[in-house]
Design a protein around this ligand. Structure first.
Ligand SMILES: NC(=O)C1=CN([C@@H]2O[C@H](COP(=O)(O)OP(=O)(O)OC[C@H]3O[C@@H](n4cnc5c(N)ncnc54)[C@H](OP(=O)(O)O)[C@@H]3O)[C@@H](O)[C@H]2O)C=CC1
Ligand SMILES: N[C@@H](CC=O)C(=O)O
Length: 848
């Protein structure tokens, strides 16, 4: 399920051994051929300034690289910390002194240069060994001399060369520390390959840049490349503007057809609104390209409109996905941006921009309007009413453009708030909801964007935090995407899947539930974009792949849903042993499988505690009585203050069917095979005949009733002769008629006393004598309540404080495909309702 990924971590394990033997070069070459690195798509990792700000941060970045990168990957860096700001400030000081016609270098300037150089020198000293420190300090001092000389000369000509120092130092330093501690790396100045037309457009000459980059990269090394900077066709240094390093990373990814780009930053993903001011914002785990681009355009603080451009090429077959992750918390799952299907397209976000201008002019109508649109790419525009919303920096250019057309324009300060999502401008329900949520803000206008991915309200005043929270709450209050994984596609699993489409259609609580995983013991079909529930079984047969537990846990650890529910419809102890890991991931479990709930006291208590501490829900109503609400009834009694003293009855559908039907006219073995064919027995019917299934059920109910006991505390009469106990299931079924004599004799003896045989479970608690519990074949008078059941019915008798003289009885079919699959669906609705309820309890700051 997951791609093979041999990271530098692994290379380094070998490296430390070989380094002692002086054979590091051979090692890298060996490793490359051994792990077939050429097969893997290159990955680009970009680290922002805050991720590289201090020695501690850089060491963290080195660990991220060690864990996530392979040789030949590309690292793109911003300047360390705020170095670019410092270089801008230094440049401005010189500009000011030129304006003031000062003849001497000011103390302030000298101090600013010294501070910058000292800060960088300190970083070098902190992270590198003595040799490399010496070398990098020498290079730094040459650069500072160069900087000082440029500042004393024609600063305008060297504006970009001056700003470029930040990235140059950062790449040099990271490359040196990687060489020292991780793997061979080479440090590349992007001005040696990346050619753009000019700083306004930043359009890349892809052909030349790709060739030059290929020439610069060295096989078997990690390339560390400067972000933010490039050159023009004449070789002059250029910058890529605000957040240019993100853009550098995606340009480079497109040049090398990378598999992935990860932007490592100081936030852990993209949210449905700015989480610093909207506490209830939802992390968007998967964001379709078009929506991400629109969010970037409309003010998302992490994404920038330009960043995505190189990755979105409808003509290309190749799709590079973009990840946003936090270098401060690298294990937290971030946001993936790329080509996604229906589920990811259902997410809505809210974003805003202040300090904009509403420009109104007749020339925005019709043909000239179209020209203005092409020239200025406004935030939004209405070419019937004649207005557009632009940024303040566009005002001058727009006025000039209109002056050349000899028309008048009026400007008015405005802000916008927008709801963004897949083609929302075409969805009446969303537009209506957005409008309703805005009523106090009195928007001047509401328009759909050209790409249809946003509806934008133009506000007469700055967008307040309160308005943002109100609109966000209204737009996202129903959003909760729940993934469903069905494990076990057998007798009951199939029936569960057959019932699923109708349930999803009619039950409101299942509205945002998506089937995303189907598993048998050897094969898995996982699709984060959802599996068509109407074709689940055929898609499984067609597309499922072999998997192992490690792959399964890795996928479960990175699933992109608000919640994930695993429905365990297997008879497997092995699978039940995964519950602890599953709960620890905050994933909910519905089990028909009885192993976990009837495991050892220590294991069971561990499971309950792990589920509790990770807010994972665990339901298993069908483990006892199939669809009968026995687990719920016991919970309910306890929660309402009752205390249970006795539990007894017929707990096995199979044994109920067999003993109610067995009257001597057919052989017992024939009836057993019939029960197996009806799907009421366990996959191995000895699980029923041995009494183990009933023993487990009694344990599960006793635990529910609040008692601490283990399987060994329940006496169990095994009805399988010793000779048949250790055979395989098929061997047992071939010799099943060896059961006949024993049961024929037992029946005749009971009948001779006017009685019958039934397999009964009994649990009793008494303050003085403690617990007694057993499951066994009993001879009962025909008049006994447990003697006269419809074949396959279970009966549960509960004695408690409130049901002392007249016990509480629950009775009905206790096994079978329909009732069990139905019981699992009941648990599913129950969990989804609980999750919805939990979500509604979340308070929104400033709102309730
Ligand atoms: N029959 C009934 O009336 C009731 C049954 N139950 C419980 O329902 C469960 C399922 O029973 P049933 O449908 O009859 O069983 P089946 O044997 O018909 O199906 C079992 C399914 O589980 C899969 N499986 C087995 N081990 C694993 C594993 N380790 N990981 C993933 N998948 C696995 C099997 O895969 P593969 O095909 O590859 O082996 C198969 O798809 C049992 O626990 C049973 O006790 C509960 C209440 C009532
Ligand atoms: N085999 C079991 C199935 C339900 O748990 C039974 O017969 O009761």
């Amino acid at each position: 399920m997951t791609q093979e990924n041999i990271t530098l971590n692994k290379i380094n394990e070998h490296k430390s051994v070989l380094r002692q033997e002086g054979a590091e070069h051979e090692l890298v070459a060996d490793f490359i051929s051994e792990n077939k690195l050429a097969k893997h798509a290159i990955q680009v990792h970009k680290f922002g300034g805050s991720s590289l700000a201090t020695g501690k941060c850089i060491k963290r970045v080195v660990e991220i690289i060690r864990k996530n990168c392979q040789l030949n990957d590309i690292i793109v860096v911003s300047a360390n910390g705020k170095n670019t700001d410092s270089l801008f400030a230094i440049y401005s000081l010189v500009e000011q002194s030129i304006t003031a016609q000062a003849t001497q270098t000011s103390d302030e300037l000298t101090q600013a240069i010294t501070d910058l150089a000292e800060k960088q020198a300190q970083l070098i000293t902190e992270v590198l060994n003595a040799n490399n420190t010496k070398q990098l300090l020498q290079l730094l001092s040459k650069d500072i001399a160069q900087l000082t000389s440029w500042l004393a000369g024609d600063i305008v000509q060297h504006h970009n060369d001056i700003l470029a120092f930040g990235e140059v130092w950062s790449a040099r330093l990271l490359s040196a520390i990687l060489n020292e501690q991780v793997c061979p790396s080479n440090n590349i100045d992007a001005r040696d390959f990346l050619v753009i037309d000019n700083e306004q457009n930043c359009a890349v000459d892809t052909a030349i840049s790709a060739v030059q980059l290929r020439q610069r990269r060295q096989f078997g090394k990690l390339a560390v490349i400067t972000g933010y900077i490039s050159k023009d066709a004449r070789g002059n240094s250029c910058t890529l503007g605000r957040n240019g390093s993100d853009y550098s990373a995606t340009i480079i990814a497109a040049l090398v057809a990378a598999g992935n780009v990860t932007l490592w930053t100081d936030v852990d993903g993209i949210y449905s609104a700015d989480p610093r001011v909207v506490p209830n914002a939802r992390k968007l785990h998967r964001l379709p390209n078009g929506i991400a681009k629109e969010l970037g355009r409309l003010g998302n603080p992490v994404l920038h409109a330009k960043t995505l451009l190189p990755l979105i090429n409808p003509q290309s077959e190749h799709h590079t996905h973009l990840h946003v992750a936090s270098s401060f918390d690298p294990d937290v799952i971030g946001t993936e941006i790329g080509k996604f299907g229906q589920i990811a397209k259902q997410e809505l976000s809210v974003t805003y921009l202040n300090d904009l201008l509403l420009a109104q002019s007749v020339s925005f109508i019709g043909e000239t309007g179209a020209k203005a649109h092409a020239e200025f790419s406004p935030i939004c525009m209405d070419d019937e009413k004649g207005f557009m919303v632009i940024t303040q920096t566009q005002q001058k250019a727009l006025s000039q453009w209109l002056a050349s057309h000899d028309v008048e324009v009026s400007f008015k300060p405005v802000a916008i708030i927008a709801t963004v999502g897949h083609r929302v401008a075409e969805r009446g329900d969303i537009k209506a909801r957005f409008k309703r949520s805005l009523k106090t803000a009195k928007p001047l206008n509401i328009v759909g964007s050209d790409n249809r991915h946003s509806v934008i309200a133009i506000l007469p005043e700055a967008c307040s935090i309160e308005l943002l929270n109100t609109v966000h709450h209204e737009m996202t209050k129903d959003a909760r995407h729940i993934g469903l994984v069905v494990v076990g596609m057998g007798n009951i699993g199939q029936r569960f899947l057959e019932l699923l489409p109708a349930q999803l259609n009619k039950v409101y609580a299942l509205e945002n539930l998506h089937l995303v995983g189907l598993l048998s013991s050897k094969k898995a079909l996982i699709n984060n974009d959802g599996i068509d529930v109407n074709q689940a079984t055929s898609l499984f047969v067609q597309d499922a792949q072999t998997y192992d537990t490690e792959q399964l846990i890795s996928w479960l650890s990175h699933h992109p849903y608000d919640d994930l529910i695993v429905v365990d419809i297997t008879p497997s102890e092995d699978f039940s042993l995964l519950y602890e890991q599953i709960f620890a991931l905050g994933i909910h479990v519905i089990g028909a499988n009885k192993w976990a709930a009837s495991s050892s006291t220590e294991h069971y208590n561990n499971l309950v505690n792990t589920a509790d501490s990770h807010n994972s829900l665990w339901l298993g109503n069908t483990t006892v009585g199939a669809g009968l609400p026995i687990n719920y009834a016991i919970d309910d009694l306890r929660q309402s203050g009752d205390s249970i003293s006795e539990l007894s009855g017929i707990f096995s559908g199979t044994l109920s069917w067999l003993f109610e039907t067995f009257d001597g006219s057919s052989k017992f073995s024939e009836l057993l095979l019939n029960a197996l064919a009806q799907g009421i027995t366990e996959p191995d019917p000895r699980e029923d005949l041995s009494g183990r299934d009933v023993q487990r059920k009694l344990l599960i109910l006793a635990r529910k009733a609040g008692f601490e006991l283990a399987l060994e505390d329940i006496d169990c009469q095994n009805l399988v002769p010793e000779a048949l106990q250790s055979l395989s299931t098929s061997e047992f079924l071939a010799r099943v008629d060896e059961l006949d004599d024993y049961f024929a004799t037992a029946l005749t003896e009971a009948n001779s006393k006017g009685a019958c045989i039934r397999y009964v479970a009994r649990f009793k608690y008494n303050e003085t004598t403690g617990i007694s519990a057993k499951v066994s074949l009993e001879v009962l008078p025909q008049s006994d309540a447990f003697a006269n059941l419809t074949p396959c019915d279970n009966i549960f008798q509960i004695n408690s404080l409130w049901y002392k003289d007249n016990p509480l009885i629950i009775r009905g079919p206790g096994a079978g495909r329909d009732v069990t699959a139905g019981g699992l669906h009941s648990d599913l609705v129950n969990i989804c309702q609980q999750l919805a309820h939990k979500k509604n309890q979340v308070k929104i700051k400033g709102m309730n």
